[in-house]
Design a protein around this ligand. Sequence first.
Ligand code: URA
Length: 433
Amino acid sequence: MRMVDLIEKKRDRESHSKAEIRFIIDGYVRGEIPDYQMAAWAMAVFFRGMSLEETAELTLAMAQSGDQLDLSTLGGRFVDKHSTGGVGDKTTLLLGPMVAACGVPVAKMSGRGLGHTGGTIDKLSSVPGFRVELTQEEFLLQVKKIGLSVIAQSGNLVPADKKLYALRDVTATVNSIPLIASSVMSKKIAAGAQGIVLDVKYGSGAFMKTVEQARILAKTMVDIGKELGRQTIAVLSNMNQPLGRAVGNSLEILEVVDALQGKGPADLMEVSLELGGWMLVAGEVVPDVETGKKNLRQSLQDGAAWHKFLAFITEQGGDVQAVIERRLTVGPWDLPILAEESGYVQPFDAHKIGVLAMTLGAGRVTKESPIDLGAGVVLAKKAGEWVKAGEPILLLYSSNKEKLAEAFELAQNLTSVGSEEPQLPLLIEEIIK
Ligand code: URA
């Protein structure tokens, strides 16, 4: 087989056989296929697409390109969750303890953030002492002991995706449904998930700007899951508004601390209960999503989820007292954006709030750039809430005064107040399974 013939084939709208897909992925990981040929192939896929059979084989070939976790030795049914990324999306940190408290073990590998969407691993890094890197043995032992661990993705898990994603990032081929779907699903499959719950977001703060695009992506991932024998459920959720009030690493952990003690913002709780309910269904501990949600609410009321979170922080070396006493680094510089008049706060643009948090230092500009863990934005008022003239709408935090000043300028145009209460769209659009 020659790579040039396979590029030509895809360019001319033909389908690849399973053997051809294996040849491409294995050859690329081994360094036998150079970046320039892989880039040409990715561009051909971008324009010509792939059938479900091709996409499923691509997923499997990538999943098998490196280490694969075998969770079967731990017993139980493992369910993983993935979000396509949004602004203020801290659902993993809330769901891990809630779902584990309801009897479904959570062994999760998560990513760092890039661009305006934050990563779970960065958020956890804002807890003093918390170890985001464990050996595979430590990871599995912890899951066995308390039913919950969240770590940074290990070095040799899905090397094909690591290499291909980096190439796509610089060749304008990220935004291709079969390439995104296989990238996401290969990581879930290599991490040993038997059930997969996907939060596919759409809107200004999401990868997919329209619900139609998100639906196609969700359906493709659900179909790949079916094809590969993993129960997969996708929740389509709206990301035009930031989720919850906090955007930024320490700030989001503090919001999770509140939410686990029953004081979470309504939108964050709605999305988390929906996703968690489906995780319990996929984990086969409840017959339907409503029973799942009821159990999750119970885990909040009786403190089981909160105690699971504290056990999780403790096991991974985090300073649990700092978490309980809310002593995480925030700011230290802060500035409010005040309402000039009284009225209903009008919808924000989630993408712009994400960029604002980045400007304050909360996100990465490049993969290597450092993060200001105490930086970010708090929506003192969410869209639709009443604000009095002179009250804060946004609170800005940073450790860097220049960045704070720059963000303050930017934030002036991001808020508006009106006499009409805005009609906000549904948060959960559809379930695809
Ligand atoms: N997230 C992923 O993991 N992969 C993609 O290709 C896009 C988003």
